[in-house]
Design a protein around this ligand. Structure first.
Ligand SMILES: [Zn+2]
Length: 460
């Protein structure tokens, strides 16, 4: 619109006004170039396997974090210990199929009594690492997670059934299926497939893991938390979309960060939000069967999730959740009441939908793990009052980048609107005022893989 007005004022004839439309098209943020290998991997994702995995998780009766994990119960296939051992065995099975390409690990700790934990309780996260094939880029990590613990109406009921097919058998199945399919491929960056426990007791597992990642100095670029992605078959469900929640102002922002965010209108440019936008880009470029619906909010009302544990440690993390939740099917004892079936049962899960969400996850993980590292120290020069905007950055480390794109959008726009390939440089001057738009810079490689975009900080 701005350009239309500018040209219209200058008295451009109608023919050229038509040309302006083309100009806008040429500069609109182009779709990601789909990678044929990633597209082929997405087709391997199987709703039948996802169903079998969710049915197996439900078969453990309950996966309450406080439930049994002694060897007898594990042998009997009952309780969270049995679930944990089974998940581990699945990751090991996938690893055998790729010649030991996955490093299968557990992260165990004893949580001391607190609100929803009456006595010291061992909590175990189970994960598999697909180490990056390039030594420099293998330090960069993307992660997918779901929580394998479940609950019913009573958060302390260690024996009663808590099937947790949707919450969060679905998210656990997404981590597993992504591991199975992506482990057949090689990426320069590392992918972690995580399943955590303790979510329902107070995000205990994810808190421990996020802190571990921080303490280990992980360069964790993205966390995808899938929680309730079963596509509950209620009549008002929209099976064509999945909600992607992201924090605005980062919980981990320093006072200095907050001053800058307030001053420059950076409330919608957290790392988590750039990740959410990236997922939209992936959703438009690959045929996953489901479209991301961005929700610019940390989480739903009254609810929380494991992505927040990662946000607290300063990592970019988003939550994926079905469009419409049926609260009769969450955190409920399995029962019939007034003709209504309560309980989180597999019969309410749409396994094709879970497979679609798994494809969106796998495409995002693969795109990021294949992409160059984001550029570093991205700055917008603000020394002088001027109407051009000069951006500078340090080259993407790791040697994968073949060039850079400057992206921008109106300050009121939710998504990146324009993109310009500025070549293999570390400085670019854009013929527009930084006062009117939000800029970012991303790295690209020869095959079109894109890094996450980095919003510049001002430099005087
Ligand atoms: Zn959940």
């Amino acid at each position: 619109m701005t350009n239309f007005r500018k040209f219209a004022r200058a008295g451009m004839p109608a023919m050229l006004l038509l040309g302006i439309h083309c100009w806008a098209q040429a500069n609109a943020d182009p779709k990601m170039v789909p990678d044929p290998k990633i597209a082929a991997a997405l087709r391997e994702i199987s709703a039948q396997r996802i169903q079998a995995n969710i049915d197996k998780l439900v078969s453990f009766g309950t996966r309450l974090t406080l439930s049994a994990q002694d060897s007898t119960s594990i042998a009997a296939g009952h309780g969270i210990g049995a679930a944990r051992e089974w998940i581990k065995s699945k990751f090991e099975e996938y690893s055998r199929a790729c010649g030991g390409c996955l490093d299968v690990k557990t992260d165990s700790f004893v949580e001391q009594p607190m609100d929803r934990i009456p006595k010291p309780t061992e909590i175990t996260n189970v994960y598999a690492l697909l180490k990056g094939s390039d030594p420099e880029n293998a330090k960069r990590i993307v992660l997918v997670t779901g929580h394998y613990d479940s609950r019913n109406s009573d958060i302390f009921d260690v024996n009663g059934d808590a099937p947790g097919a949707n919450d969060d058998g679905s998210g656990t199945a997404v981590s597993l299926e992504c591991a199975r399919v992506l482990s057949k491929m090689k990426f320069p960056g590392t992918i972690v497939f995580l399943t955590v426990a303790g979510e329902e007791q107070g995000l205990n597992g994810s808190k421990h893991f996020a802190k571990f990642a921080k303490d280990e100095g992980w360069d964790l670029e993205a966390v995808l938390n899938n929680d309730i992605v079963g596509g509950d078959k209620s009549p008002e469900q929209d099976h064509s979309v999945v909600r992607v929640f992201s924090e605005g102002v980062p919980v981990a922002a320093s006072e200095q960060d907050l001053r800058r965010i307030r001053g420059l209108g950076g409330e919608s440019d957290s790392g988590s939000r750039e990740l959410a936008r990236y997922i939209t880009d992936v959703g438009e470029s690959y045929d996953t069967g489901v479209k991301p619906m961005l929700i610019f909010r940390l989480d739903r009302y009254l609810r929380g999730g494991d992505h927040y544990s990662f946000n607290q440690q300063g990592f970019s993390a988003v939550r994926l959740t079905e469009f419409r939740e049926d609260f009769h099917h969450q955190h409920q004892n399995v029962r019939m009441e007034n003709g209504i079936q309560y309980g989180d049962l597999p019969k309410f899960v749409d396994f094709d939908y879970v497979a679609h969400v798994a494809r969106l996850n796998a495409a995002t993980l693969a795109s990021l793990a294949a992409a160059p590292a984001p550029p570093e120290n991205v700055h917008l020069l603000t020394k002088d009052l001027e109407n051009d905007s000069t951006l500078t950055w340090d080259a993407s480390p790791g040697g994968l980048a073949s060039g850079y794109e400057v992206v921008w959008r109106a300050t009121t726009s939710p998504q990146w609107e324009h993109s310009e390939n500025v070549g293999n440089v570390t400085r670019a001057t854009m013929k527009m005022s930084k006062d009117n738009v939000i800029f970012a810079v991303r790295a690209v490689d020869g095959a079109g893989h894109r890094s996450l975009p980095v919003v510049p900080t001002p430099q005087r």
